[in-house]
Design a protein. Structure first.
Length: 104
């Protein structure tokens, strides 16, 4: 399932944009992770809630983590989690991006 809390909504639905929204960044590809079994998708974000420009493991759901280092940071993910990118409400795997036509 797509976590809609991390996606922008229509401007008419909000008086002001959420603190994590960077309009220049969200117009393109958003780093994200997806659980292959459940279809759950989480956009990569920083600990302060702002969208990240890279894949960040520290803020993914705890049940997606297979191993942690001595400081508690994720070191490995369960095998069902895949990295990719969100564009709009669609998740693209890294392999799909190789076949995706470039924007004009």
């Amino acid at each position: 399932m797509l976590n809609l809390d991390l996606l922008p909504v229509a401007a008419s639905a909000r008086a002001e944009p959420p603190s994590w929204l960077d309009a220049g960044f969200t117009a393109g590809w958003i780093p994200a992770f997806r659980d292959r079994k459940t279809g759950e998708v989480h956009a990569s974000h920083l600990e302060n809630g702002r969208l990240a420009c890279t894949h960040i493991l520290d803020t993914i759901p705890p049940h997606w983590v297979a191993e942690r280092d001595p400081q508690g940071r994720p070191g490995a993910l369960i095998s069902d989690i895949q990295a990719g990118y969100l564009r709009g409400d669609r998740f693209f795997t890294l392999a799909e991006l190789l076949r995706y036509p470039a924007d004009a």
